[in-house]
Design a protein around this ligand. Structure first.
Ligand SMILES: Nc1ncnc2c1ncn2[C@@H]1O[C@H](COP(=O)(O)OP(=O)(O)OP(=O)(O)O)[C@@H](O)[C@H]1O
Ligand SMILES: [Mg+2]
Length: 240
């Protein structure tokens, strides 16, 4: 469902992503890990069609992200790393606006979708509150809600549980797990227990390069059963 081949992304003189290749199949939950600045968000922005690669390519559902960004955006729900813009809109207005940009224009098309994601992300109590007045965790839930709005087959979630309280972390992980059966999911995280809890595969990226592409169990087995955080430190400590 997702195919990334020899992806390179430069920001001026800085090579943020340096020849990254991997594939993700339907039903996979791929955990994307790496130290701060490793290139995770940049890779996700390219896969979702928001940044053009410097070299290499990414295909989503067979569509090239550079040649067919609109087709790709239709297939992908994307939670970017920063909270949603439009601070003056209420939660409902913002989600309604996103629904319209997704082509759901009539109330009959929009309302069931809004109600569904508001329910899934537990936004009921704040649906009429402006985004700027929400706490960090609630803003994060709004970001997740807009990613789920068109029920896309591919989810690209940049640190989806960042800022959530422990109950919501648990809820969001369960939600991702439930949805994953019929979807393809890439999520980035700094929480290694999150990878163990929900990811079927993991990629560790360090200085723009893939250093691990394995299952969490496979990786631990290759490192004599060490804990993932120890393995992570060993493989990425040159970044510090
Ligand atoms: N728009 C930009 N212009 C210039 N440099 C950028 C830009 N965006 C990211 N970078 C740089 O590219 C590198 C990779 O950044 P990226 O955001 O992809 O890392 P990340 O793995 O998501 O890190 P984090 O764990 O902190 O979210 C970093 O050195 C960052 O400073
Ligand atoms: Mg990031």
């Amino acid at each position: 469902m997702i195919e990334v081949k020899g992806l390179v992304k430069d920001y001026g003189a800085l090579r943020a992503v340096d020849g990254v290749s991997f594939t993700v199949r339907r039903g996979d939950i791929l955990g994307f890990l790496g130290p701060n600045g490793a290139g995770k968000s940049t890779t996700m922005k390219v896969i979702t069609g928001f940044l053009r690669p410097t070299a290499g390519c990414a295909l989503v559902g067979g569509h090239d992200v550079t040649a067919e960004p609109v087709a790709v955006k239709r297939l992908v729900g994307y939670l970017p790393e920063n909270a949603p813009a439009y601070p003056e809109m209420t939660v409902e207005e913002f989600l309604g606006f996103v629904a319209e940009t997704r082509g759901f224009r009539t109330a009959a098309q929009k309302q069931p979708r809004l109600d569904r994601v508001i329910g899934l992300c537990h936004l009921g109590p704040v649906r009429r509150q402006s985004i700027e007045t929400l706490s960090k965790g609630y803003k994060q839930r709004v970001g997740l809600a807009q990613a789920l709005l068109h029920d896309p087959p591919v989810l690209v979630l940049d640190e989806p549980t960042d800022g959530l309280d422990p109950n919501q972390k648990h809820e969001v992980r369960n939600l991702i797990k439930q949805m994953a059966a019929e979807k393809t999911v890439i999520l980035s995280t700094h929480i290694l227990e999150e990878v163990e809890a929900i990811c079927t595969r993991m990629i560790i990226i360090s200085r723009g390069k893939v250093v691990v592409d394995d299952t969490p169990e496979g990786l631990r087995a290759r490192h004599a059963g060490a804990r993932l955080d120890e393995i992570f430190r060993t493989l990425t400590q040159t970044d510090q």
